[in-house]
Design a protein around this ligand. Structure first.
Ligand code: F6R
Length: 607
């Protein structure tokens, strides 16, 4: 979604802003702009379209070493040059960029119109510039603070005033903002990837905090003007991790990174001697862990499907009743919080509004909510009552791949830990550990067979409807496979329990609707094979992801993607990789933008 970059320093600001915006492209946007302060004047350049379009209209060698930039993902007002940020007030004194949504903007705008203000855009953001300008009495920081009291909603804002050259004020309430500290230069960003090439020293602003920066100074304070001393943190990511490293797209790179990213999620956390796992960040004593009676997981999208795998593992192996719910639904259902229930909020970005608000609602009711996040220092990671980082490294492609396999890795570890405290024997625990440790190598063999998956993608890319069918642990993997296909190829796909098709979706089956079946060699295999036969009997095409050497499946399916035989408990890892590749190659066949699919944003910070 929207992205912010700000720069105060000695270098040409326009170059740094454009580079930062380029790095934020992955978040999804439809227009972009910058404002550079030039001899006490503001030069605003903004445009609908991509950063490359914006670059075309930014003059080479544009002077000025203070500025702000923005990528906009439209919420209020259509996608056009006028609605792109930065926005100015009508005196031209204040210029700002804004992420988030101002819920009471209509009332404020009406009042400002009555007072004679004129507006250039249809956005909620522009009213903030007008308010700041009208409250300004020689102190930008104070005017921003006063404005904050009038706003309802979420915001991350970077703002400049003509009378305070070389200064940017940033404010955060519900939309992330981070300060980057360099040598005689300071950066503001909504996301560390925008500034990682310049500095790794950062300060994360909390909600209701402001920062005032110049090239050589920064001051953080709260809404009551109290100065706050904040810890400088080190970004753990390397620059190479946010670059394509020889791959054509981030999505391909991230799919291929999974043997290593899974290893990063599990290594150092498995305890072979005890056939269990260590998860330091839970902040819970063994006695507290033993007293858990129920587990409830909240998440959105791919993280929700990872949560479903987690709930299945926890219930079937650790014998703790566990459910996963859509965070967006939990928030508004007035959830019942029970004292012995442990809650998890799963979020790659750690910024997803639905998940964050559900977590806050649960916490308000007294729940202990642990976070399972990728982005260190993200809001969910900081506001949760403890948690586990998945250590995937930055995930840049909008469609989540490696985060999914790392999120389920954390659930495998959690299951081992909690199960070994309960009914799981050492020997059974060790069998899971063994299977888990072999996963990265097995994934490498699947990735090595990608040519065949590419051929299948070519063969099937002309179809416009798919069913993805699995059962048990692989039911949620089928849902994830369908999501991947629809979001990057724009082909309609439904994920279902294979058992459910006879309750409705089988009506869709004909020669134009292929079904992709996940066929493990576990106790559900024969049932899934029966479902495959039901589809074949209705002239449906069948692609199966099956275990090497399964001749019965080979005889029924039109096409088979083989995966190595393993302990069935880890099949979600092995089943999801072919589905990611299938979606990826189908999207390439259809000439889609795999990294930035239409209408989607990486980190969904609005409800
Ligand atoms: C799908 C995808 C989304 C996200 C969802 C939650 O490929 O990326 O469905 O999984 O928006 O995002 P996080 O995990 O950041 O909370």
């Amino acid at each position: 979604m929207c992205g912010i970059v700000g720069y105060c320093g000695v270098a040409p600001a326009s170059k740094i802003l454009l580079e930062g915006l380029k790095r934020l492209e992955y978040r999804g946007y439809d227009s972009a702009g910058i404002c550079v302060e030039e001899k006490s004047d503001f030069k605003v350049i903004k445009r609908k379209g991509k950063i490359k379009d914006l670059k075309e209209i930014v003059p080479d060698g544009l002077p000025g070493s203070t500025g702000i930039g923005h990528t906009r993902w439209a919420t209020h007002g259509e996608v056009n040059d006028r609605n792109a940020h930065p926005h100015m007030d009508d005196t031209g004194k204040v210029v700002l960029v804004h992420n988030g949504i101002i819920e009471n903007y209509q009332g404020i705008k009406k009042r400002l119109l009555d007072e004679g203000h004129t507006f250039q855009s249809d956005t909620d953001s522009e009213i903030i510039a007008h308010l700041i300008a009208s409250l300004y009495q020689g102190d930008l920081e104070e005017a921003v603070r006063q404005t904050a009291f009038l706003l309802k909603g979420t915001y991350g804002i970077a703002v400049m005033h003509k009378d305070e050259p070389g200064t940017i004020v940033g404010i955060r309430n519900g939309s992330p903002l981070v300060l980057g500290i360099g040598e005689h230069e300071m950066f503001l960003a909504s996301d560390v990837t925008a500034i990682l090439s310049h500095t790794k020293q950062v300060i994360y602003l909390e909600d209701k905090e402001l920062v005032k920066v110049t090239a050589d100074s920064y001051k953080t304070s709260d809404f009551n003007s109290n100065e706050i001393r904040k810890t400088i943190e080190n970004i753990g990511w390397e620059l190479e991790q946010i670059e394509k490293g020889g791959f054509e797209s981030f999505m391909e790179k991230e799919i291929y990174e999974q043997p290593e990213s899974i290893l990063r999620a599990i290594q150092g956390r498995i305890d072979r001697d005890g056939a269990t796992a260590h998860l330091g960040g839970l902040n819970m004593t063994p006695r507290q862990l033993l007293n858990i009676k129920r587990i409830s997981i909240v998440a959105a999208g791919t993280s929700y499907y990872a949560g479903m795998v987690g709930a299945f593992l926890l219930e079937s192996i650790a014998r703790i009743p566990a459910t996963t719910e859509l965070a967006s639904e939990v928030r508004y259902k007035n959830p019942v919080v029970e004292p012995d229930t442990l809650y998890f909020a799963v979020s790659q970005s750690g910024e997803t509004a639905d998940t964050l608000y559900a977590m806050r609602e649960l916490q308000r009711k007294g729940a202990r909510v642990l976070g399972i996040c990728n982005v260190v220092g993200s809001t969910i990671a900081r506001e949760s009552d403890g948690g586990v980082y998945i250590h995937s490294g930055p995930e840049i492609a909008v469609a989540s791949t490696k985060a999914f396999t790392s999120q389920i890795s954390v659930f495998y570890l959690l299951t081992l830990l909690l199960a070994r405290m309960r009914h799981l024997s050492f020997e059974e625990g060790l069998r899971i550990v063994d299977a888990l440790e072999k996963v990265p190598e097995m994934i490498k063999t699947i990735l090595a067979s990608s040519k065949h998956i590419r051929e299948l993608a070519r063969k099937y890319s002309r179809y416009t409807n798919f069913l993805f069918l699995g059962r048990g642990l692989n039911y949620s993997v089928a849902m994830e496979g369908a999501l991947k296909l629809k979001e990057i190829s724009y082909i309609h796909a439904e994920g279902y329990s294979a058992a459910e098709i006879k309750h409705g979706p089988i009506a869709l089956i004909n020669e134009e609707t292929p079904s992709l079946f996940l066929v493990p060699n576990d106790k559900l295999r024969d049932k899934v094979i029966n479902n495959m036969k039901e589809v074949k009997a209705r002239a449906g095409k069948v692609i199966a992801v099956a275990i090497e050497g399964d001749q019965e499946v080979e005889a029924i399916a039109d096409d088979v993607i083989w995966i190595p035989s393993s302990n069935p408990v880890v099949y979600p890892y092995l089943m999801v990789i072919p589905l990611q590749l299938f979606a990826f190659y189908t999207a390439l066949e259809l000439d889609r933008n795999v990294d930035q699919p239409r209408n989607l944003a990486k980190s969904v910070t609005v409800e």
